[in-house]
Design a protein around this ligand. Sequence first.
Ligand SMILES: NC(=O)c1ccc[n+]([C@@H]2O[C@H](COP(=O)([O-])OP(=O)(O)OC[C@H]3O[C@@H](n4cnc5c(N)ncnc54)[C@H](O)[C@@H]3O)[C@@H](O)[C@H]2O)c1
Length: 260
Amino acid sequence: MKFQDNTFIVTGGASGLGEATVRELHGAGARVVIADLNAERGEALASELNENGSGERAAFQRTDVTREDDAQAAVDLAVSHFGGLQGLINCAGIGDPAKVLGRQGPQPLATFSRVVQINLIGTFNMIRLATAAMAEGEPQADGERGVIVNTASVAAYDGQIGQAGYAASKGGIVSMTLPVARELARHGIRVMTIAPGLFMTPLMETLPEEVQQSLAESIPFPHRLGRPDEFARLACQIVDNAMMNGETIRLDGALRMAPR
Ligand SMILES: NC(=O)c1ccc[n+]([C@@H]2O[C@H](COP(=O)([O-])OP(=O)(O)OC[C@H]3O[C@@H](n4cnc5c(N)ncnc54)[C@H](O)[C@@H]3O)[C@@H](O)[C@H]2O)c1
């Protein structure tokens, strides 16, 4: 899928991996809808990109990915403002560590539900509505109408203690990648997932220096945290390479997380 004249929604696009992906897509010539809860950061990013003199190719839509009306509004903005939708990059997500049985007793069910609701159900909500708009588009090279890139985590495979909900939500994303890719093939829509290891995002920057250091040391090579632009470049390589479909790619410097 080419970037020029095509439109991509990036959920979670106001921060971290999503923000880097917005910048990479925009830099490659794409139109981008930033769909995020954080209006202040999302609007500022859209304005910054639009001010750089290459026409108005960025827009912000305040979106809670778990809400049907919000997700539809982001898709509608892509169609009404930019004339169609060809890509969806799902980056919105939260991590909410909690033990099954903690000091205060059993984990509140609402904690588990919330992380699954945002990470897994939010991702599916965006996929189902974006797909409807993509399927309406004109086929491009190879008959391609759209591409979807989801964000899981290495926790889908080696989740740590306290990550039951997070690992389940990300495992769900990995598991639905192939069946959704198989179904959407007839519309010319590809579906891929990236499972990142440890990346330096605002979330990580809040941790003390020594914790960041010890996390970095657990990564075999390169011996450092990933940079958001490295995630963004893989997302764009997936967009660019039509043979990538129905698979999850670990992006983790060979990290295999320990139990704790
Ligand atoms: N940073 C890492 O090391 C790492 C590792 C593995 C996986 N991931 C995954 O990558 C994704 C991005 O993480 P990040 O580190 O960039 O985090 P981040 O906190 O910097 O960015 C996440 C963005 O998602 C938005 N968001 C949260 N809930 C939302 C909702 N309901 N609707 C819409 N937007 C919502 C936030 O406002 C924020 O802008 C997440 O899915 C995370 O689980 C991150």
